[in-house]
Structures are given as C-alpha cells and as structure tokens.
Design a binder for this molecule. Structure first.
Ligand SMILES: C[S@@+](CC[C@H](N)C(=O)[O-])C[C@H]1O[C@@H](n2cnc3c(N)ncnc32)[C@H](O)[C@@H]1O
Length: 230
C-alpha cells in the first residue's frame, strides 16, 4: 500500500484517481451491498444523501447512508410502491442522462406509491447563463465567493465562476434547465411537473436543512400519477 499511492500519483491524474476511488466504493456496495427488495423503514427516501444526513428519512448513497448502494446499478433494493416522497439534491448533475439518470428515475417511479412525489434540485443552466450574459457573472461570482471561496482560483476573473458551477472540477456531467429536466421526467412517466423553490421544500419537508441556493439552483417537483402502475 505504501508504494501504491506514489505509483498511482505518478501514473494517474487527480481526476482519474478520484474516479478510481469512487468506482471502488461502487464495487464494494455491488459486491456486499443489499440485493434483495425490502420494505423501507420510512416512506420517505433521501436519494444521494452524501454528507446531508436527514433524520427520519431513508438516506441512500454509495457510503455513509442508511442504505449504501450504487445508484447507477439497477434496481433500487425496495419493493414497488414503497415511498410517499423521494427528495434528491445535487445528484443528477453527477450522472449521465441516458444511461444513468433515466434508469434511476425509472426506478424511483417504480418504488414510489401512486401519487407519490419526487423533488429534485440541481444547478440551473438557465440561471447561470443569465448571470453570465447580464453582467459577466459579477454578482454570481460575489455570491459564490461568500459561500464557498475555495471553489474559485485566487484572483481569477469573475466569469470563472461559470466554470465552477458548470463543471465543478470535472464532477458534473450534465446541467439542466426546467425544460430539459421536465423532458427527462416526462420520459420516465412522471406528471404534474412544477418548478418550486427552497421555501416550498422546507415547508413540505421541514427535516431538510436550508441551503439558501435558489440563486443558482433549479428545483422541480413531480408525481407518479395516482393511477400509476405501468
Ligand atoms: C454533490 S453530492 C450531494 C450530496 C447531498 N445530496 C447534498 O446536497 O449535500 C452528490 C452525492 O451523490 C452520490 N452519488 C453520485 N453517484 C452515485 C452513485 N453512482 N451511487 C451512489 N451515490 C452516488 C455521491 O456519493 C454524493 O454523496
């Protein structure tokens, strides 16, 4: 192990090493994670929970959650019609739309009860582009500098913030605006697709911590139709 790290550093870029580390986590849950369908301990699922653990919800992620799985390896380990609501914040931009987001949304549809709700948030391509066109992203840069100064290179021009939010050092694979995300959700059978904001999320699900990120984020709520089983 002591020789492996310097060797890996010599051979692979930072970006590749991060990818390998994440793939090893995915491999671990694929080998040892839950396989059988189960009845969840709560009818509320927090998908891609990461470091935002929400009490009373079934937090799902690749590690450190209540249920550790690879979200891109189907199926979700829950019975059909198990959940009343699924919330996922800042997950879908990390996944490939065709091969990962759509199959995962299809699985969310399956495990939701008819009439159940899916709430999603992700960086808003339209808001970020609007900021760039309006003032070269000056105000957006100031906003990000206050919240997360380390995400910006020192003394970089203000418009650099667009790279930060779009690509997040290579972690993001797709951005969405309302129309694009609605199309994805519609393809997967969701209806009643509406744009919401953080206040709506906090009123409906007070267990979630506030993020104050309406400024750059798209939030959408949709439903599995009440009559809904394919
Ligand atoms: C940017 S974080 C967001 C975390 C949390 N939702 C938040 O907003 O604080 C994205 C999360 O998605 C998870 N994730 C990405 N791809 C995944 C996969 N294939 N399987 C399981 N989790 C995955 C990561 O582990 C990470 O915790």
């Amino acid at each position: 192990m002591s020789l492996f790290r310097p060797f890996a550093r010599f051979v692979f870029s930072d970006w590749t090493r991060r990818g390998i580390k994440f793939d090893l986590l995915r491999l671990r849950v694929k080998l040892f994670g839950p396989r059988r369908y189960r009845k969840p301990s709560s009818p509320l699922m927090h998908l891609g929970s990461g470091s935002t653990y929400v009490k009373g919800w079934v937090n799902v992620d690749v590690a450190g959650a209540d249920v550790n799985i690879d979200l891109t390896a189907r199926p979700l380990p829950f019975f059909d019609n198990s959940f009343e609501a699924v919330v996922s914040q800042h997950l879908i931009e990390h996944l490939d739309v065709e091969t990962e987001v759509m199959p995962l949304a299809g699985e969310v549809w399956r495990v939701l009860k008819p009439g159940g709700e899916l709430w999603l948030s992700t960086p808003d391509m339209a808001k970020i582009c609007r900021h760039y066109l309006e003032d070269g992203a000056r105000v957006l840069h100031e906003y990000v500098r206050r919240r997360d100064p380390l995400s910006l290179p020192q003394n970089a021009p203000e418009r650099f913030v667009v790279n930060t939010l779009f690509f997040q050092r290579g972690y993001h694979r797709n951005l969405f605006d309302f129309e694009l995300l609605s199309w994805v959700l519609c393809q997967c059978g969701f209806t009643d697709i509406q744009r919401v904001n953080e206040k709506d999320v906090l009123i409906r699900f007070p267990a979630f911590p506030p993020r104050n990120d309406d400024y750059e984020v798209l939030m959408v709520r949709c439903r599995k139709p009440s009559g809904g089983n394919r």
